[in-house]
Design a protein around this ligand. Structure first.
Ligand SMILES: [Cu+2]
Length: 697
């Protein structure tokens, strides 16, 4: 029996309520989310079997390879395990990224561990992308949001304990890498408990001209997830430990030595009559070391230690009101950071470059979903109060005069900042027919300055992952960013074809961007520039400043059933980012891209021929000294076979013609122990095969 078009769509993100349910998400508003399923999920009803999704090809162990396949999204490549989600031109701290709903502060001041560093593919059931903007109930966030939903053995429908598991094993030839892991556990209709574990490892990636030095990686995770349903409500408890070992970051000045990170979360949910109450408390703790000598040659050895903890809690009540459903909530988070830089050959030469920084946030929100007459919609309003404080910079006796004088000036400064931000959003949709839904989003979204943007007193290559090779200083007087967002689009979906285009504009006031430190950028006439010049003559000293920016673009996914067993799917993304205060472009904006696949679909198997065409990017940022990048086209072939119920095999070959691709978002190589020239745009992987086996039961 041939599946319907949407049921089999593997190239694109699906947005079906049924899929969202399989992905174990609790929000199933179909017009507002893109859902990507990593592997098939246990199917709970027979009608749902038809919509078991195909797996996407395995193009890397980082989950951001997967999110990059959706409309408007791209991957910032800062390392095999340090990929960032870019969505409609925005990335880094501007995204509202969640791990099973939990938000954490990254440990690395250069985001070597962006949020999804903690979402290994074997443990992820699905990735849920908020279309356009995030609901205010998920917390503050400027540029959209993504939640990585972890696999778990869910409550069953019977009182008899039953075993459940969901595991996968994947391997890639370009770096002899493998990823193995999953969950196994037991559940009834009143309790559930599962273990989770994964391990991934790979050596340096090969491409046509040799080896891309410093791209090896190693990551292990273990933990457990439990739940209990009682008359007093449903309680959940989750804990996870992640140990990342030596993992390279060629576009940075250092590589990961380790990330040792703990996660804990307790949740509560219950219904009191019409009122649904939800609460959670969570904790995350990152210990991180990075250096410039274990995975690369170094003239002047440096090691940095970074620590971050996040304590967060939230409470909300949802009840019928005003003809719809109203959620009122309170949430808060306290993040604490410490970063030290050390000369391993002289331990008296150390500095606390981001000393004892705490950012406390208290927020409250109201979110209403219901029928507005012409539209259905989700209306949200939230207010957040931020309180940021830094301690005093400490340093060893061997530190030079220049940094000492900057530290003294920093210690004499106020070292604090308060901000209040207001977010408002309206996400509206209207069914014009059975097949056609019109969408409109209007929002005001904000982002408070990060700890680094505020308090980095020592000129440093740490920039929350910009990887532009420049040196950055913070500014304690930064104001929060405010984005004014408008977008519209429609979803046309029939059993034979679908198309979901969106156009958008985002006007961002107070956009935080590095700008020249003084009026004489190449003249070393200040202590700050003296220190910055030690990072090499090419680097510019920039200070984080409030500027004015604008992003606009369009994206879509589309597909159609062709004669016979064939199907075509495509994703197109286009975004432009520019400064409004000066004549310049925004830095690190994804070039226009098209991904198109032709799929032959059998009853239990499918084969896809896929092409990805990426245009050149010459709208580059002069401020960041960004280089233009030529475009490229690659081809790949992959297949998927449902071996039997609960067993699925995927395999394929990526980059069939073994081309040297240079992705604009991949950064410039800084590892001299590599076949890639230092300063050159980092290439993508060469031709390589992958295989993945999944077991679900
Ligand atoms: Cu780091």
């Amino acid at each position: 029996m041939k599946r319907t078009l949407l049921a089999g769509a593997g190239l694109i993100a699906l947005a079906l309520p049924g899929l969202a349910a399989h992905a174990q998400t609790d929000d199933t508003a179909p017009a507002l989310q893109d859902v990507i399923i990593v592997t098939g999920q246990p199917l709970t009803t027979s009608t749902d079997t038809a919509i078991a999704p195909e797996a996407a090809p395995l193009t890397g162990m980082d989950i951001t390879h997967l999110t990059a396949r959706t409309p408007g999204a791209a991957r910032i490549g800062n390392g095999e395990l340090s990929g960032q989600v870019q969505y409609r031109g925005l990335f880094g701290e501007r995204m509202n990224l969640r791990l099973d709903g939990q938000r954490i502060a990254s440990g690395g001041p250069n985001l070597m561990d962006p949020a999804f560093h903690y979402a290994p593919t074997p443990l992820i059931a699905s990735v849920v992308i908020d279309r356009g903007v995030s609901p205010v109930s998920t917390g503050p966030g400027l540029g959209g949001g993504v939640n990585a939903v972890f696999k778990k053995v869910d409550f069953s429908s019977s009182a008899t304990p039953t075993l459940g598991y969901d595991a996968s094993l994947g391997a890639r030839s370009v770096n002899d890498s493998y990823a193995a892991g999953g969950v196994i556990g037991v559940s009834t209709d009143t309790w559930r408990a599962n273990l989770l574990a994964s391990f991934e490892e790979g050596v340096d990636t090969e491409y046509k001209d040799g080896t891309i030095g410093g791209t090896e990686f190693e990551r292990g995770v273990y933990g457990l997830s439990t739940g209990l349903r009682t008359d007093l409500g449903t309680f959940t408890l989750e804990g996870r430990r992640q140990n990342t070992g030596y993992s390279g970051n060629p576009p940075y000045g250092m590589d990961i030595r380790f990330m040792d990170t703990d996660f804990a979360r307790a949740g509560y949910e219950n219904e009191f009559g019409d009122v649904r109450v939800k609460a959670s408390a969570s904790y995350a703790d990152v210990s991180h070391a990075m250096n410039n000598f274990d995975l690369r040659p170094s003239m002047m050895k440096r090691e940095a230690f970074a620590y971050a903890t996040t304590k967060a809690a939230d409470l909300s009540a949802t009840f019928p009101a005003l003809g719809g459903s109203l959620q009122l909530g309170l949430d808060g988070a306290s993040e604490h950071h410490n970063v030290y830089v050390v000369d391993p050959d002289n331990l008296d030469n150390y500095m606390g470059s981001l000393p004892d920084i705490t950012i406390d946030r208290y927020g409250g929100f109201a979110e209403w979903i219901g029928d507005l007459g012409y539209f259905e919609g989700e209306l949200g309003l939230r207010i957040d109060q931020y309180d940021a404080k830094a301690g005093e910079a400490v340093m060893g006796s061997a530190v030079m005069m220049g940094p000492v004088s900057l530290a003294n000036a920093f210690n004499a400064s106020p070292r604090d900042g308060d901000d209040t931000t207001v977010d408002a959003s309206a996400r509206l949709w209207r069914s014009l027919s059975d097949d056609l839904t019109w969408r409109v989003t209007l929002a005001r979204k904000t982002r408070a300055p990060s700890y680094l943007e505020r308090f980095q007193w020592l000129p440093s290559g740490s920039s929350a992952g910009l990887a532009d090779g420049n040196i950055y200083l913070g500014d304690q007087t930064l104001k929060p960013e405010v984005a004014w967002i408008a977008e519209t689009g429609f979803d046309y979906v029939t059993p034979k074809a679908y198309i979901r285009p969106t156009v958008y504009i985002r006007q961002i006031d107070n956009f935080i961007q590095g700008t020249p430190f003084d009026d004489t950028p190449r003249v070393t006439d200040t202590p700050e520039e003296m220190i910055a010049s030690m990072h090499g003559a090419a680097a510019l000293l920039l200070r984080f400043s409030n500027t004015e920016a604008r992003l606009y673009g369009f994206d879509l996914d589309a597909g159609m059933d062709l004669p016979g067993p064939l199907r075509a799917d495509a994703v197109i993304s286009y975004v432009r980012g520019e400064r409004r205060d000066i004549d310049d472009n925004l830095y690190r904006i994804a070039p226009p891209s098209l991904t198109a696949g032709l799929t032959w679909e059998g009853s239990v198997w499918s084969a896809t021929f896929e092409t990805r065409a990426v245009a050149e990017q010459d709208d580059v940022s002069a401020t960041n000294m960004e280089q233009a990048t030529p475009g490229y086209v690659t081809f790949s072939l992959y297949g998927d076979w449902q071996v039997k119920d609960g067993v699925r095999l995927s395999a394929g070959v990526a980059n069939l013609l073994d081309q040297v691709t240079r992705d604009h978002l991949s950064g410039y190589n800084r590892n001299a122990d590599s076949d890639v020239t230092v300063g050159a745009r980092l290439p993508g992987a060469g031709r390589g095969a992958f295989i993945r086996l999944s077991f679900v039961g």
